[in-house]
Design a protein around this ligand. Structure first.
Ligand SMILES: C[S@@+](CC[C@H](N)C(=O)[O-])C[C@H]1O[C@@H](n2cnc3c(N)ncnc32)[C@H](O)[C@@H]1O
Length: 251
């Protein structure tokens, strides 16, 4: 199976090790390829709303004052910065497996985090290089549908979160509002790949994007999976007319 085809993105979980590795390789190379234009594309695609959604995710993570937070799959570091701005966290570790995204993040942090409270590290979300219960909260934005194995990824998030700490995941979802769902589908599947081709020079990455959302679990099913890995008080809240959903649970 060619997981490199945007027409056939691999769904998460339940597939063999080899296919998982292929998907991880594809996703890592894709994000490194679009890293320089990633932030601009986010701003254009969402009409600038993406940062408000990350701020909402950070507030929901509500780390204990003075605690250490993890921004899992930090990319260019925006959720890590939102955690600093919106909460009383002391420090944030941002982890990602794309060197290209981390490099853009490092340059951004030189400007936006002069006190050096965010540390960026290279690593795999499926094999976190942290001891159990290291973090006051674990937050992620737009990671889950990119994971080769979803349930093990959620279990890792829970494992490194302190008891009582929050695990938060912001993810793109398909709106349910009749009419708007069709309009959004047309925008996402027809316009966004063209915009990606023009702005980032990578139509394939922005074809993979809507297809990966289409193949991902609906919020209620993701909530059940979060409970299955042991998270409590799981909630989902739709934002942006249902185009994104904030998932949260307590470790
Ligand atoms: C859509 S971007 C989101 C970046 C950032 N969180 C944001 O809010 O813009 C997805 C990120 O997940 C990272 N990623 C995907 N799978 C990963 C994994 N298994 N381990 C670490 N990072 C991963 C990619 O490299 C990419 O930077």
């Amino acid at each position: 199976m060619d997981v490199g085809s945007p027409l056939n993105p691999l769904p998460q979980g339940g597939r063999g090790q080899g296919e998982g590795e292929n998907k991880a390789r594809y996703v890592r190379a894709m994000f490194t390829g679009i890293a320089r234009r990633y932030d601009l594309m986010n701003a254009l695609m969402t009409g600038g709303r993406h940062q408000a959604w990350r701020r909402a995710a950070a507030r929901l993570a509500e780390p204990q004052a003075g605690g250490l937070a993890l921004d899992l799959a930090t990319g260019t570091g925006d959720l890590a910065l939102a955690l600093l701005a919106e909460t009383a966290v002391r420090r944030v570790i941002g982890l990602d497996f794309s060197d290209g995204m981390l490099q853009v993040g490092r340059e951004k942090l030189l400007r936006k985090d002069p006190a050096g409270r965010v540390s960026l590290v290279a690593g795999d979300a499926l094999l976190l290089p942290f001891a159990d219960k290291t973090f006051a909260c674990v937050a992620s934005a737009f990671l889950l549908r990119n994971l080769a194995h979803l349930e093990p990824g959620l279990a890792e998030m829970r494992r490194v979160t302190q008891a009582g700490g929050r695990v938060v995941a912001l993810e793109i979802t398909q709106p349910t509002l009749w009419g708007f769902r069709h309009l959004f589908g047309w925008y996402f599947h027809r316009l966004v790949p063209g915009l990606g081709a023009v702005v980032s020079g990578n139509r394939e990455a922005y074809t993979y994007l809507p297809r990966s959302v289409e193949r991902f679990l609906p919020p209620a099913e993701l909530a059940r999976l979060m409970e299955r890995v042991g998270l409590r008080d799981v909630t989902c809240r739709r934002l942006g007319l249902g185009t994104v959903t904030l998932h949260a649970g307590t470790a």
